[in-house]
Design a protein around this ligand. Structure first.
Ligand code: EPZ
Length: 416
């Protein structure tokens, strides 16, 4: 596993181009196997999660070809209907391949995806929703066997607005006979993007972005060329980096509306954030102010995927900030590493109380998960002295050219 070596204390200035959204593109990859024609996703970042999803699709029989910024996927025939345990473990989000595998081939066998660095990640909501669509499900020896030969459009209600479960139902329902509705669906921008993507293939989906989605089944989907939305989590990560380093940065190609919850927490006296067409401009002068309380919620609440990064702003803010992680049960693994860098934090269950210090101190730290690892990079950019972040493969799952983009902004960071 590689590492980043960071010499902190430099301000960040210049422009950074935001990548295509990982969490929009992964379900689109899954959706691409719903047609035998070619599907081109125009703005695919070079990240490990996209690599792993490509490997799985290739195993299922798809041809995957990178063409410049984009990736072309053609699955003329579904050769297998099983996702091997090894790959399901590598890529948790492979669970929403269930929907399209059943939509295309009516049968699927997937290993229980198992937990990951941030929690148990059960899939009970997925399975309950699929069974409400009359998919027959058997679970044995750690595998899930699904048979969708008699599936039909149904009214599905999710007990919790699960992003993945919403996507799985959408991906199954687009070619199911009849109409499917999803109540209490997730409202993330990535769900809206998946709707537009599927409709560009000839699907009939409406209501994404609201708690009620309607899908009218169609018999076939056709080829498309589609540009995914910008990655709001990558953009938010850069916002927190500028917040703790100071400077003036323009984030190119990102939407303020996707980041309102984050912007409203960061932009206080020391920090001005403005939007110009599809760019966000942030100017930071001085030390961050405390942010009172931050509670992660489903969209449009504060995103859990930026909790670790905003906790670095809390670590060096003037005053006390209380952060509560309501979505995942184990998403504070970056906190002990921040404490080693001088942060003053108390954790009680799902709540972390930060008493900000003037500045963090460089240390050797280990990334434990994707967003926690990104937070340690942000911490290193602020810290005095040298910070070494180990196990950066976690970070490379979701950030394309992180060290290049930060160096171009004036950071002193190298990957070894
Ligand atoms: C998606 O994960 C994202 N991943 C996550 O981003 C993100 O943190 C999460 O949504 C919440 O926004 C992708 O889109 C690939 P959920 P997902 O189903 O679909 C529980 C990142 O860093 N739950 O909304 O797995 C679950 O355990 C990743 O890019 C059940 O209990 O999120 C969690 O506590 C991390 N049963 C909560 O719901 C289920 O069947 C939210 O999960 C499904 C979920």
């Amino acid at each position: 596993m590689g590492k980043y070596i960071i010499n902190g204390g430099r301000s960040l200035n210049g422009n950074v181009k935001i990548q295509g959204a990982k969490n929009a593109i992964l379900p689109m990859f899954a959706g691409a196997i719903l047609t035998g024609e070619s599907v081109f996703i125009e703005n695919c970042p070079n990240i490990v999660d996209v690599e792993n999803m490509s490997k799985i699709l290739h195993l299922l029989g798809a041809d995957i070809e990178r063409k410049g910024e984009g990736i072309n996927i053609t699955c003329e025939e579904l050769l297998h209907n099983e996702i091997p345990a090894r790959l399901a473990k590598e890529l948790r989000s492979s669970v929403f391949l269930l929907g399209p595998m059943l939509g295309r081939g009516r049968k699927a066998k997937v290993a229980y995806p198992g937990g990951c660095d941030i929690g148990l990640r059960p899939i009970d909501i997925h399975l309950k929703a699929l069974s409400e669509m009359n998919v027959k499900i058997q679970e044995k020896y750690g595998y899930i066997y699904c048979d969708a030969s008699e599936m039909r459009g149904s009214h599905v209600t999710l007990d919790y607005p699960s992003v993945g479960a919403t996507e799985n139902v959408m991906l199954l329902a687009v070619t199911a006979k009849g109409t499917t509705t999803i109540s209490n669906s997730a409202r993330e921008p990535e769900i809206v993007d998946l709707m537009h993507f599927l409709n560009s293939m000839g699907a009939k989906v409406s209501g994404a972005g609201t708690p009620f989605i309607k899908i009218e089944g169609v018999s076939d989907l056709h080829s498309t060329s589609y540009r995914a939305i910008p990655d709001r989590i990558e953009a938010g990560t850069y916002l927190t980096a500028v917040a703790v380093c100071g400077g003036e940065v323009t984030l190119e190609d990102c939407k303020m509306e996707h980041l309102n919850a984050v912007v409203s927490k960061i932009s206080k006296s020391y920090c001005k954030i403005t939007e110009e067409s599809d760019n966000i401009n942030i100017i930071v002068d001085g030390r961050p102010c405390a942010m009172d309380t931050i509670d992660t919620q489903p969209y449009p609440g504060f995103p859990t995927d930026l909790q670790a990064q905003i906790s670095v702003v809390a670590s060096v803010a003037k005053g006390t900030t209380v952060i509560t992680e309501n979505i995942f049960e184990a998403r504070f693994k970056h906190v002990p590493e921040l404490i080693r860098m001088g942060a003053r934090v108390k954790v009680r269950d799902r709540t972390a109380i930060f008493n900000g210090v003037e500045r963090l101190r460089g240390a050797e730290v280990n990334a434990t998960d994707l967003r926690g690892g990104a937070a340690l990079v942000v911490a290193g950019l602020n810290a005095s002295g040298t910070t070494i972040v180990n196990d950066i493969r976690h970070i490379e799952r979701g950030y394309d050219k992180l060290e290049e983009k930060l160096s171009a902004l004036g950071a002193d960071i190298v990957k070894v």
